[in-house]
Design a protein. Structure first.
Length: 636
């Protein structure tokens, strides 16, 4: 198929009308956006490159970053270059260059640096068959180098008897073997990746390992300086609350409690640098002053932010990265947590001798360690938590079926239903009013009444708790299954109900649920934070947001960009938990419908999850995985 065989609308804003050749063909087919084409064309003009095969490769590298990958693998890009959801073009019919000749053309281009030692002034870099925008290759190298250096270091020196006694005190139960292993790894190694699904006790483990590290240092000098961080304010607040609660509940006998440790967003931890959107006050020349840095919800951390963090952490500090690798990755480029968990064993790294001795773990490749942890993962500093301490069995079983790519099992669990799971099966034919709308309306109105009752009395803590009682989650932002359409529908329901917020009272009406859509370091609010407008007895309408030490109140005039959040995308819901969740699945042909998306949605619920959608949508969601290209999994 050539460019002149693709039907072109001259008024379509998605088209780069002045492009020609392969760029025009792939743009018209919906594989490349107009922005991808314009960037590649500009690079060609600046670098003196006219070979349309090279320009196509450059456009695909730009497209890869836009869609979340760090790079593009030219030999396989044909299999992953799906067009946009409105395109009907078969990508196999496009004029793909012959792979070997394409690779040679790219390798010889003045735009492309080849290998790690290639010309740093060139905008593209080809390494081991992967084509990067050079900036992202450099960020990936920072992550790889910093983590690999940490993993290859000798075991940290600790008092063995004191370590053993503290572990016995903190982890006396047999079911906490995985948590004990993670805490011991953090004590003996300068980097630990703590991976596990919801309910596996990750934050409890964090609280106990911090207690352990302070216990090991108690009486030996100053207690370690500890930083807790997460990508969003909401996630940081949840981390702070969970660690504080766990410290008081699980380790009451500790003489070195961690109640004084405060959590913040990653952006706030690194420090705002005036005049820059991608650099921070703390970097390789101005390191963070902490001895222990713990970062939660790492699945949400992009490659760029992770590289900035690793540059800023002191080489002698302990780093603990926590998260669920099966969740959706960052909306920006990179899937760093998943890459770190699934990468091959690093040469030159070994299970710390103290850990192997204490757990009886053999160092042979492929053997199993304590709590079913693979030794190759332990060599890479990865500890997985498997035992679930919370969640109804039905939510847990559904999440496991989704994660394990078992579509029939997941559908069977949904159809069987129960106290914690329900399924409203739809045939996707009635976009205007899908099945389950009445039940959804009842839940939305009840939650709105509870929210308004607290907000109208100025009780910010109760209002924020009510904000998490129920949430509608959508895969799309627009369209019949999107957030915009359902926000309008919910506002119509609320306008007809009694005892709920009244939007006619103005923009900052009491009880309005808020979603922050931009970053503002000055007020410590970031994209994805949620809050609610409350009626303060002395100051009137204020926006309340959760923080570890309690709610913070912000005047409306100081808020960054916000929107009303009766419904939210599943991406925005990451880092949040709600008592009850309704998941609205789009039709099976939606390209956003993936295993990671469905798993993330299901695991946002603490007590009950309701899924509305067709059987085909469920099967498609479970069976389709997100594929993000990067070099972290390939290098050893």
């Amino acid at each position: 198929m050539t460019a002149d065989q693709v039907e072109v609308d001259p008024f379509d804003a998605r088209l780069a009308l002045r492009s020609s050749g392969l760029l025009a063909e792939f743009n018209a087919a919906g594989v490349l956006s107009a922005a991808d084409v314009h960037v590649a064309s500009r690079l060609g003009r600046l670098g003196g490159e006219s070979d349309e095969r090279v320009l196509l490769a450059a456009a695909l590298a730009v497209r890869a970053v836009r869609l979340g990958s760090v790079c593009v693998e030219l030999a396989r890009v044909r299999d992953t270059a799906a067009p946009d959801e409105e395109s009907t073009v078969d990508v196999d019919l496009l004029s793909w260059p012959e792979p070997a000749a394409w690779q040679r053309a790219v390798q010889g281009s003045p735009l492309v640096a080849v290998g790690a030692s290639g010309d740093p002034s060139r905008p593209l870099r080809l390494v081991e068959g992967l084509l990067y925008l050079d900036r992202y290759w450099r960020q990936e190298e920072v992550v790889r180098r910093e983590l690999d250096d940490r993993l290859r270091r000798p075991e940290l020196a600790v008092d063995g008897a004191l370590l053993h006694a503290a572990l016995n005190r903190l982890f006396p139960e047999p079911q906490s073997a995985g948590q004990r292993l993670a805490a011991q790894m953090a004590a003996l190694r300068s980097v630990t990746v703590l991976a596990g699904g919801p309910g596996t006790g990750k934050t409890t483990t964090v609280a106990k390992l911090l207690d352990l590290l302070r216990t090991l240092q108690d009486g030996q000098g100053p207690l370690p300086r500890i930083a807790l961080a997460a990508p969003t304010g909401k996630a940081a607040a949840r981390l702070q609350e969970a660690v504080t609660d766990s410290a008081g509940r699980e380790a009451p006998g500790s003489s070195v409690g961690i109640g004084d440790v405060k959590a913040s967003t990653l952006h706030r931890l690194l420090g705002w640098k005036p005049g820059s959107h991608s650099r921070f006050k703390h970097d390789s020349g101005n390191r963070l002053p902490y001895d222990v840095v713990v970062v939660d919800e790492c699945s949400m951390v992009s490659l760029t932010l992770m590289s900035r963090l690793l540059e800023a952490v002191r080489p002698d500090a302990r780093l603990v990265l926590v998260g669920d690798p099966d969740q959706l990755a960052s909306v920006e480029a990179g899937a760093v947590l998943g890459d770190l968990v699934h990468r091959p064993p690093l040469s030159g790294a070994a299970v710390p001798p103290g850990l192997a001795k204490a757990t009886g773990t053999a160092v042979a490749d492929g053997s199993r360690g304590d709590d079913d942890n693979n030794v190759n993962e332990l060599r890479n500093g990865v500890v997985r938590l498997h035992h679930r301490f919370r969640f109804g069995n039905e939510i847990s079983s559904l999440a496991d079926a989704v994660r394990a790519n078992e579509p029939d099992q997941a559908l069977g669990l949904l159809r069987r239903g129960g106290e914690h799971v329900s399924f409203v099966e739809s045939d996707d034919t009635d976009h205007a009013r899908p099945a389950g709308a009445e039940t959804l309306r009842d839940d939305v109105v009840d939650a709105a009444r509870e929210l308004y009752a607290s907000a109208s009395t100025g009780d910010a803590a109760s209002a924020l708790a009510a904000l998490g009682s129920h949430r509608l989650l959508c895969a799309h932002r627009r369209g019949p299954y999107g957030v915009a359409r359902w926000t309008t529908e919910i506002e119509r329901w609320l306008a007809a109900a009694d005892g709920v917020a009244d939007p006619s009272q103005g923009e900052w009406y009491v009880g309005r649920p808020l979603l922050v859509t931009s970053n503002d370091p000055d007020v410590d609010l970031y994209n994805g934070d949620t809050g609610v407008v409350v009626d303060h007895p002395q100051r009137g309408a204020l926006a309340a947001f959760s923080r570890g030490a309690g709610p913070v109140l912000v005047g409306p005039s100081r808020l960054p960009a916000v929107q009303t959040v009766h419904a939210m995308t599943i991406h925005k819901a990451q880092g949040s938990q709600f008592r009850c969740v309704t998941v609205l699945l789009p039709p099976p042909e939606s390209p956003l419908l993936t295993r990671e998306l469905f798993y993330t949605a299901v695991t946002r619920a603490e007590h009950h999850v309701r899924v509305i959608g067709s059987a085909d949508s469920v099967r498609r969601a479970v069976s389709r995985a997100v594929v993000r290209a990067s070099g972290l999994r390939k290098r050893r």
